[in-house]
Ligand binder design. Structure first.
Ligand code: SAM
Length: 255
């Protein structure tokens, strides 16, 4: 099988898995009921700053909750996903808020983008990197970002042993090809860009997520996670290396 055939087969598996999920297939773990990744998106939102008049690329838009937010904040958004169902659901929620005029929603792989060189001021991707052939996707990202353009990605990490065990026990929530990110691989992966930085979330705050599996635990999540996030900020500032045991990282990349 050629490299292209291997990539094609992988893209098909990803599209099929996510088409099923976005057509109402039940593939969300129980702790997603408390929306634990919203905290990470809020940090990304703060980092993005003003989007007025900016042309933003959204990589792997899923069902469009971020696309809608970016457009509401004044961006012109070009969103895409490999799953046709994702694109349809995204167009639907954009239409409901009269935002379709400022957005396009495409079906394509991040590894073969249909956009011209140097098109975007900003790129955004949430929980998407681990689904990609990263070498190819990052080369495409570099091509379509304008010089000086920035990309923000929020990604689950591979290196907390408890999370790795949980992933092994719950394969139904994952595609066969996905591979969570390893922070120490970033220097090589991002070598074509001029600069990158990253910040981790959910170290002790993972305790608040674990609690959601106990009776009544979900009700405690907002207060407890807020306190633990504050502890995480202090701990990770003091010992950045502990970031590789966190659940999520947010990476800012500059072309
Ligand atoms: C975990 S979901 C995240 C979706 C969305 N960003 C969110 O936060 O809800 C991963 C998304 O990546 C998409 N995807 C997987 N492989 C892809 C590829 N090669 N190119 C573009 N999108 C891809 C999937 O269809 C899915 O919508």
């Amino acid at each position: 099988m050629s490299t292209d055939d291997t990539l094609e087969a992988r893209l098909q598996r990803e599209a099929q898995f996510h088409d099923t999920k976005y057509s109402g297939g039940d593939s969300y773990p129980a702790h997603y009921s408390v929306g634990p990744t919203q905290y990470v998106y809020n940090r990304m939102r703060d980092a993005l700053g003003s989007l007025d008049g900016k042309h933003v690329l959204e990589v792997g838009c899923g069902e469009g909750w971020i696309t809608r937010d970016l457009a509401k904040r004044g961006a012109r958004v070009s969103a895409f996903d490999i799953s046709p169902q994702a694109a349809e659901n995204t167009r639907r929620i954009l239409a409901a808020d009269d935002l379709l005029e400022r957005c396009t929603v495409g079906v394509m792989p991040a590894e073969k983008l249909q956009y011209p060189d140097n098109s975007f001021d900003i790129a955004v991707g949430f929980a998407i990197i681990h689904h990609l052939d990263l070498g190819k996707a990052l080369a495409e990202l570099h091509r379509v970002l304008r010089p000086g353009g920035v990309a923000y990605f929020a990604e689950p990490l591979a290196t907390n042993p408890a999370i790795a065990l949980y992933r092994r026990l719950t394969p139904q929530y994952r595609t066969p090809d996905e591979r969570p990110l390893v922070l120490r691989e970033l220097p090589q992966l991002l070598s074509a860009f001029t600069h990158y930085e990253h910040q981790e979330f959910y170290l002790t705050a993972l305790g608040a997520i674990a609690l959601t599996y106990l009776p009544g635990g979900a009700r405690l999540f907002p207060g407890l996670s807020a306190g633990l996030h504050a502890i995480d900020r202090m701990v990770l500032r003091a010992v950045p290396a502990l970031g590789s045991w966190a659940w999520y990282t947010m990476i800012k990349v500059t072309k």
